[in-house]
Every structure is written in C-alpha cells, then in structure tokens.
Design a protein around this ligand. Sequence first.
Ligand SMILES: NC(=O)c1ccc[n+]([C@@H]2O[C@H](COP(=O)([O-])OP(=O)(O)OC[C@H]3O[C@@H](n4cnc5c(N)ncnc54)[C@H](O)[C@@H]3O)[C@@H](O)[C@H]2O)c1
Length: 385
Amino acid sequence: MAKIDMNNFTSDMTAKEVVRSDRKLRIGIIGTGGIANSHIASYLKQPDVEVVAGADLIPGKAAEFFKSHEVEAKDFTDYKEMIDTMNLDAVSVCTYNCTHAECTIYALEHGLPVLLEKPMTVTLEEAIAIREAEKKSGKIVSVGFQPRFDANMQMIKKIVQSGELGRIYYVQTGGGRRHGIPVSWSETFIEKDKAGLGALGDIGCYSIDLVMNALGNPKPLTVSGTATDYFGTTPEAYSQVGKPECAKKFGVDDFASAYIRLEGGIILDFRIAWYMHLDTPGDTIIMGTKGSLRIPSTDCWNGSFYKPMTIYHDVAGEPVQTEIPLLPATKDLFDLKIRSFLDAVITGGEAPVPTSQIIYNQAILDGIKKSSDCGHEVEINIPEM
Ligand SMILES: NC(=O)c1ccc[n+]([C@@H]2O[C@H](COP(=O)([O-])OP(=O)(O)OC[C@H]3O[C@@H](n4cnc5c(N)ncnc54)[C@H](O)[C@@H]3O)[C@@H](O)[C@H]2O)c1
C-alpha cells in the first residue's frame, strides 16, 4: 500500500495566534454546566483573558462553578443582567440547545461576539435569526466545532479540495454508539424543551460537519429523513448508568437517518445513533469520479480519528489503495477553538467556524426533523443573507 508524505500537510487553522498585550479580554460564560468546564479551562490557559462573570438559570450553580475552578468572578442567574452590567468583551454560550438562539441574539444585540456551542440551534428559523442579528451587530459568532481544528479533518478537506478524488457524487457519513444515551452528567440532553434534538443535535452535527467542511459547504436542497425514539423511551436503555427513570423524560431522537441532495448533484447519505444493536452503522465514505476516500468510523463520532484513512483509486489502470496515516494532535483541540475565537475578536477577523457555513448543517438537521414529522421529503429554503 502506498504511503503519502505527511510533511506535505499542514494545518491552516492553527497557524496564527495573536495575544493582546494592552489589556485582558473580559469574558462571560452563559450556562455553567458540563461543557462550560472545558471553556473555562481553556480560557484560563490564555494570558490575555480573564473570565469575569458567569450566568446559570439554576441558582447557585454559577457560583459553585467558579469555586470549583478557583476563579474570582461574579455569578448571575440572569444572563441579561450579566451582559448589561459586566462590561464584557465576549461571551461563550454553553447553554442547552433550546436557549442557544436567545442568549446569542441578546449578546449580539449588546455588541458582544459569541463563541456558541454546537449544534448552532435547534431549528433553521433560529439559525436564520442568529445570522440576521450577527449581520446587524457586525460582531462574530463562531460555532463550537472543535474537530475542525484536527489535522486529520483538515486533511480530509485538503484531499477533497485538491481534486484528487475527481468530482464527488456520493457521500455517506454518520456513526453512533451501541449503548450511549448521554445522561451520566446531565439529563438535559434527552429533554425536548431543553435539547430539542437528540443524537441528531449531539453527535449527528459533527458527522455532517466532517463532510460538509470537506466538500466546501454545498447548499443542501432537499431532505428525506427519519428521527426515531425506540430505545430512549425504555428503562432498559439506561441500565448501564442505573437511571431507568430517564425513560419517562426522553423526548428527543435516539436514531436518525436521511438522504440529502446537495448542490452540485452530490448525494449525502446519513445515519446517527445514540443506541443500536450494531457496532457501527458504517464508515464515512466520499466517492468521486477519480477516487474514493474511506474514513473509518469511531464508536461515537465525537471528532476523534483512530485508524488511518484510505484512498481507493486506479494507477495505470490498476486498482490501488493509498493509506493516509493518522496525523498526531500537536495541541488540544478545545484550546485551539478558544484561541482562534479570541484571535478573531482581537483582530476583528472572520469567525473561525462561521455561521455562514454552519447554517447549512443546521438546515440539514432541521430538514431531517421536519421530514420525519411530515413523513415525506422536504425542500430546504435558506434566505440569501
Ligand atoms: N463541543 C463539545 O465538545 C460539547 C460537548 C458537550 C456539550 N456540548 C454542547 O454544549 C451545550 C451544553 O451542554 P452541557 O453538557 O454543558 O449541558 P448542561 O445541561 O450540563 O449545562 C447547560 C447549562 O446551561 C444552563 N442554562 C440553560 N439555559 C440558560 C439560560 N437561558 N441562562 C443561563 N443558563 C442557562 C442550564 O441551567 C445548565 O446548567 C449543548 O448545546 C451541547 O450540545 C458541546
């Protein structure tokens, strides 16, 4: 099997870092649950940042959060009061999915750039509202897809964009866990009025971003999809975590699949599972007229790569496989996500993971949900902005 010299591949998104020297940026965190711990840990590593405030709906939660990180910061239950009074430079929105839009829009309306956790929102309409607020405010929103900073993910894009595979006509992506409905640290992921989307919004958005990013974000045109809940509604699904009562709370999808038509005649075939009687629903494959790329599935698509990818192509008319070795991580992906956001805030540059791209991801998630609800294919309409 031929090998590629990996020294030819460098990371575009990790090249430039700008550290502010005149004063520290004042950061606020909205939602101080599970993922906020990763945000604050990365912020605390930055020399030009101070986390000065945090807000969580649950009384006492933000104060406890700062105590556990040994940070002196002001705590709020009302994020609006925090934004109105703390003279912030930027915020991280780390709330559950259903409040992403309201918190982000309020921050933008008050002149603050936002690092918004994934998925962008629950619905396409909310995502459009964020785009409108972003445009009006002139401030950026970067969406928290840290796998974008993985050299392996950048490599996939590089291969596709190089034309090595020819014209791409079919893509399959997705993944999932055999038994993995995420309720161990927080039950908000399974509640309809908090998460809004289940496996789709939790891990499905990563699989979609993997391939949409590689393809250069072609516009999604139509979706035929299903989103089901055969497992999450049963107590047995929680036997490993000892929380059978979660079955009654479950109000989202634990499996979704879809057939999506993308601009340029590309078909995207997708499936994602939080729970299934199967090891994997398949590798990610990108099929082109000159070659195809196989990206081995992980047991959960969470942005990690653990086996080499393979390109299948012909050389002198003979079928050949070229293995693409795994690229080692040189920096923590979460640190890169935080630093690249800060750099864009300081320089007034583009968002590292812009909503202009992620809105297509959201349109696909939304299309799958709507198609599942109505039982037939739906058209995707995203206004030009
Ligand atoms: N990038 C990643 O690797 C990653 C990993 C896990 C979760 N996430 C995303 O992060 C988000 C949060 O997930 P989590 O695991 O931290 O959930 P969580 O339930 O542990 O924490 C969310 C917190 O937000 C608070 N909250 C909700 N609405 C609020 C509001 N309007 N004002 C103030 N506080 C509010 C809740 O009270 C809760 O404490 C989700 O969108 C999830 O998809 C991303």
